[in-house]
Design a protein around this ligand. Structure first.
Ligand code: ZN
Ligand code: ZN
Length: 94
């Protein structure tokens, strides 16, 4: 069992931290609720995208170029990741 080697990122807001990946729709300045689909919950390799991306992924049937372009794959720090999670998670029963 080899653990994933964490990739570090120097976050302008939070300093040197483990990196995570979110779609471009979840970045700061996107106040609307986008949904939060977590694809990896490995603390060293967190990855998530929004409901729009999930729909696109189903349409494309996988990681196509069109999907990657739509998704935008933004690297953020783990703190930014959990903030995005808090901001974009759709409340249960909504
Ligand atoms: Zn998205
Ligand atoms: Zn950050």
């Amino acid at each position: 069992m080899t653990a994933t080697d964490p990739m570090m990122i120097g976050c302008g807001e939070h300093g040197e931290l483990i990196s995570a990946v979110v779609c471009k729709h979840m970045l700061q300045g996107q106040p609307a609720l986008a949904g939060f689909v977590e694809n990896s919950s490995d603390p060293n390799d967190l990855q998530a995208w929004c409901y729009l991306c999930e729909d696109k992924f189903q349409q494309e049937g996988g990681m196509t170029d069109a999907f990657r372009e739509f998704n935008g794959m933004a690297i953020v720090c783990v703190v930014c990741y959990s903030e995005a999670k808090a901001r974009h998670t759709v409340p249960a029963g909504h």
